[in-house]
Design a protein around this ligand. Structure first.
Ligand code: PDD
Length: 282
């Protein structure tokens, strides 16, 4: 496949970076994943606003406009079949000749992007949609989970925990017993028709799918939304549990730690919310 590296397009097999790159040595970088369905990018502007916020918060200076990012997205989509793609963008602090923890002066950020296949847009039909099973765990990650850092070992360990249990994701709870998010997704419960998800904080990623979903639900008004803490007890008594991410859109969880959620079937509120999301995403 064709990838982008530092201003050039090339076959993936020809893309090379130095082992002295700080992305490799320290996980010192910021990334994004933007869905592209037949060339149509979803959430493009908020994704790159978040990318810029992340770079600012770790002191990476890169002069790339939204238009330049858009051109890379369009070229990668075209060069990679223009189907259902996730476009991955990665900016590391750059390549130095020494390994020092402090930010080195005068290095140029490394900019990399490639496309990978993602599932087709979910159909809002609870009899046909893919359902998910999850594990749960104490959230053992760091205290700046709002930064979309390429240092993902904490997330990798939690995701693997889910896989080792035979599930597809792991939902995390903070030291006070409140839900934070999934290892690669935002998390929600539904109780008595109300969608509840934790408010943004340093304990979770400000997901773009979350941003659009809450915006769409509030504008529509037929499903009530609350952003507030979700205790473990409330989670265990939920009628529905959902995940959201750029590659999954809204995803229904039907099993938690081997026990059914509600009646063990995908719920009606999910079906309605995914339909609204499909129609309203931007
Ligand atoms: N994951 N929380 C975490 C920890 C994530 O890694 C992600 C995204 C999300 C959802 O964010 P968004 O709606 O903006 O995709 C929440 C991406 C897709 C990944 O790492 O592959």
């Amino acid at each position: 496949s064709t990838v982008y590296l530092n201003g050039e397009y090339m076959p993936m097999s020809e893309a090379k970076i130095s082992p002295m790159d700080r992305g490799f040595l320290f996980g010192d970088g910021i990334y994004e994943v933007v869905p592209s369905y037949n060339g149509r990018l979803v959430g493009f502007a908020p994704h790159f606003d978040r990318m810029n916020d992340g770079m600012k918060s770790i002191g990476i200076e890169l002069d790339m406009s939204h238009d330049e990012w858009r051109e890379i997205s369009e070229k990668l989509s075209e060069a990679n079949g223009a189907g259902n793609l996730g476009i991955y963008y990665h900016v590391s602090r750059g390549t130095d000749t020494k390994r020092t923890h402090n930010y080195p002066a005068g290095v140029k950020p490394t900019v990399f992007a490639f496309a990978f296949e993602i599932p087709a847009e979910p159909v809002a039909d609870k009899t046909k949609a893919k359902s998910y099973s999850v594990s749960t765990s104490d959230d053992l990650r760091w205290k700046r989970c709002n930064i979309k850092s390429t240092a993902l070992l904490g997330n990798v360990l939690h995701y693997q925990q889910g896989i080792d249990d035979g599930n597809q994701e792991c939902i995390l709870f903070n030291a006070e017993g409140f839900m934070t998010e999934g290892s690669s997704t935002n998390a929600y419960i539904v109780k008595d028709g109300v969608v509840i998800t934790p408010a943004l904080s340093t304990q979770l990623l400000p997901g773009i799918t979350r941003l659009m979903l809450l915006d769409i639900l509030r504008k529509d008004g037929s499903i009530q939304v609350e952003e507030r803490p979700v205790s473990r007890a409330e989670f265990d008594a939920a009628d529905e549990v959902w995940l959201s991410s750029s590659s999954k859109e809204v995803a229904a969880v039907v099993s938690v730690d081997g026990k059914p959620v509600g009646n063990g079937q995908i719920g009606d509120v999910w079906e309605k919310a995914q339909a609204l999301f499909s129609a309203g995403k931007y």
